[in-house]
Write a new protein. Structure first.
Length: 317
């Protein structure tokens, strides 16, 4: 059984960015597993432009954007297995895969889930007894995407009923210690640039976990549960551990309806900590807010003995 400090499942934009970030943060014994014959993921099919404006400050096609990360991986000693289908991931981080060389079994100290997403099937959107037959020449379906999380479920990872992706904390770590998730396997993003940004954070946090030999617990850790309410469908992350939080924490979410001339507001234990006016907030555009650690600590000062802290994010009209 081959052993690695970190195994990244998926060689698309999320997996590549996570692996590069982990490598930059001291993890050299790491492996990328990719089921396709080349790295790059879905971007290899996205020949249109519009990628890279946030990350590279220039407009690229999908293959061009992917190649930037493929080239960065090639400059390192990161191992990559192509044409390798992962069949199982266990809670103790054993990874079983099938390749041209047969069955492979790996053992990892940490795992990053970066399997991306897939289109919903026609069967997945059909409502019983509502079918109607209409003659036509061509039918085009645009029915949304869902995260690829069969492996996550096998590993014992808790999944969100809203996003179908893993429930994670501020470090993008799932309920299974040492297993992290990022990109479209976590929740479907608007821009691949944001996927890469998020995946970089997952890679850095996985590296921190590995470098600490799997010990990331802080005694008497202050925890904040994020509670989406009044029009907010979900948040990523779902929990913030103050001791592990960076100086700024990005929280991403989507609303469940179209709201005009509204406010996005956040309350920590009933005290407003964030407010932003929005002309329009809609489900098709991901929202985000930044939380400052210093501000949260100032509010929580003197409340450490409370068992629970709640951060509500909601829409107000």
């Amino acid at each position: 059984m081959k052993q690695y400090d970190l195994i990244v499942i998926g060689g698309g934009p999320a997996g590549l960015a996570a692996a590069i970030a982990a490598h930059k943060n001291g993890v050299s014994n790491l492996l990328i597993l990719e089921r396709d014959q080349e790295l790059g993921g879905i971007l290899n099919q996205c020949i249109h432009s519009g990628f890279g404006l946030h990350v590279f400050k220039e407009e690229l096609t999908g293959p061009e954007y992917a190649q930037r990360y493929v080239d960065m991986v090639a400059e390192t000693d990161i191992s990559c297995y192509l044409n390798t289908m992962v069949l199982d991931v266990t809670e103790d981080k054993h990874v079983v895969a099938m390749s041209e060389d047969g069955m492979l079994v790996f053992e990892a100290s940490s795992v990053v889930l970066a399997m991306g997403c897939r289109e919903r099937t026609r069967a997945g959107i059909m409502i019983p007894e509502t079918e109607e037959f209409i003659p036509c020449d061509t039918l085009l379906l645009s029915v949304g995407l869902i995260p690829e999380n069969e492996l996550s479920g096998q590993a014992g990872v808790k999944l969100s009923k809203v996003t179908s992706g893993p429930v994670v904390n501020e470090s993008l770590e799932t309920n299974v210690e040492g297993i992290f998730a990022c990109g479209n396997v976590l929740h479907v993003h608007d821009l691949v640039d944001f996927v890469s940004e998020e995946a970089g954070n997952a890679g850095r946090n996985a590296a921190l976990y590995v470098n600490n030999n799997g010990e990331d617990k802080i005694p008497e850790e202050i925890k904040i549960t994020l509670s989406p309410q009044n029009g907010v469908r979900y948040t990523v992350p779902s929990e913030i551990r103050i001791g592990h939080m960076a100086e700024e924490q990005l929280v991403r979410f989507r609303v469940g309806n179209v709201y005009k001339n509204c406010y996005i507001r956040a309350y920590l234990d009933g005290e407003r900590i964030f407010s932003r006016k929005k002309q329009v907030a809609a489900p098709g555009e991901m929202e985000q807010i930044k939380l400052k650690k210093e501000q949260l600590l100032s509010i929580l000062e003197g409340k450490q003995k409370q068992d629970k802290h709640e951060l509500v994010i909601q829409v107000e009209e």
